[in-house]
Design a protein around this ligand. Structure first.
Ligand SMILES: CC(C)(COP(=O)(O)OP(=O)(O)OC[C@H]1O[C@@H](n2cnc3c(N)ncnc32)[C@H](O)[C@@H]1OP(=O)(O)O)[C@@H](O)C(=O)NCCC(=O)NCCS
Length: 165
């Protein structure tokens, strides 16, 4: 398994293998943020196929509750491994470690990520990798439903932070 930053020519295959209906989490939106220098969009590849993604948002978490406490702390966003049969084989942890290495190369001393209150398995993985709970926040995001109509969601989350040295 190789992890590489997303290239423009990867967008079609990403959309085919892992269609995204989230407005801000759409592959093209993530790639555009990377092009603007605001993020790094990491893609794990297995036998020529993308099997997940993670976006390192250098501009930090968008929630004001988090920005007030952790200004300047980047965030790992959109962590996902697919198909589900490939989970629990270390791909998610490798994505997180790659994100941490990129941050260290930039001289950044901490990394954050958010986890939904309803996702205890992901929370267990982050705790095992050294991420500690800090502040609760509401993750507001939007997706396009089957009719193409924008739907808004608000999920209760916890922001976790790890010191990188
Ligand atoms: C969370 C996720 C990215 C972890 O990736 P992964 O490749 O399975 O992670 P690893 O193999 O490195 O570590 C597995 C650990 O992650 C945790 N985990 C969280 N959700 C899991 C799931 N749906 N299936 C398996 N493990 C999960 C468990 O603690 C697991 O430990 P285990 O192997 O002892 O069961 C992946 O399970 C996934 O895509 N889940 C659905 C989307 C999601 O919840 N994203 C996180 C948003 S905060």
């Amino acid at each position: 398994m190789d992890i590489a930053v997303c290239r423009a020519e990867d967008l079609d295959v990403l959309e085919r293998c892992m269609p995204s209906h989230s407005v801000d989490g759409h592959h093209a939106a993530r790639f555009a943020r990377q092009e603007a220098g605001d993020s790094s969009y990491l893609v794990p590849w297995l036998e020529g196929r993308p099997v997940g993604h993670a976006e390192v948002r250098w501009t930090g978490c968008e929630a004001p509750e988090v920005r007030a406490v952790h200004p300047g702390c980047p965030e790992i966003n959109g962590l996902f491994v697919w198909p589900a049969s490939l989970r629990s084989q270390g791909i998610g942890a490798s994505l997180i470690r790659t994100a941490e290495r990129l941050a260290q190369e930039r001289g950044i001393e901490s990394m954050g990520l958010g986890v939904g209150d309803d996702n205890p398995r992901a929370a267990a993985l982050y705790a095992r990798l050294g991420y500690r709970p800090t502040v609760g926040y509401v993750d507001r995001w939007a997706y396009l439903d089957a009719e193409g109509v924008r739907q808004e969601r608000a999920d209760s989350c916890l922001f976790l932070v790890k010191a990188l040295r």
